[in-house]
Design a protein. Sequence first.
Length: 235
Amino acid sequence: MEQLYHKSIQGTPFSLDVSIIENKTITWDSTKISIYRNDNLIGEYIRNYDSRGFETFYPFQVDNEWYALYSANYTATRVMKLHENSIEDWCGEDTKSNGFCPAEFYVPRCVHIHQIFELAGVMDGIDVYYADCDYEYTDLKKEFQNPDFVKFEYCNFGLVGGCVWGDDSSIKIRYIDLSKISDKILNITEKFGYWEMPSDLSLKKCISMDDWEPGHDWIILTKAEHINLVTNERG
């Protein structure tokens, strides 16, 4: 078994060891993902594909409980519950021969600041949100000491970049509704239609939430478009 890397997941108690398992049969190699919580091994799983082991595991928090988007089978997205000393397959998609193959997950995190100010002799306040796709985590962490700090939490949605098995292999973005994860309901849709990512950007770099806040659910997505310079055809 070849050790690829160990990496801590910033801003969480989790880290991963990812190793390649060389299969002797005529098939792809597999990936072994070992999950650590506060440096204690809490579980492992095998991904039946030889790459993107780290990119297809993304922890997030709902009501003080930790979960993770993950892809043990390369044609399905599932959710794992992360306990103190164990892991649990929680809910998600079934494997399909022509399923959407996840290549990368992302769930936004936002710092909520309630800024107090005086206007015409009257004290007032506004809510401000900073998302970790727009700011480095080290900068967001400084806001934890802000006297107007309210909370730092995950949004109730995420994104998955991937492709349908057998298509052109470019990476498309789909929307993940995480609002009912506690009830074991995962809903993934093509909310954005056929939305191809630029090949040189990560999924996180393709989203801006600078104008987002609860109740004003606007985001900006970066898209790759193919344009024929002669006919102006887009495809």
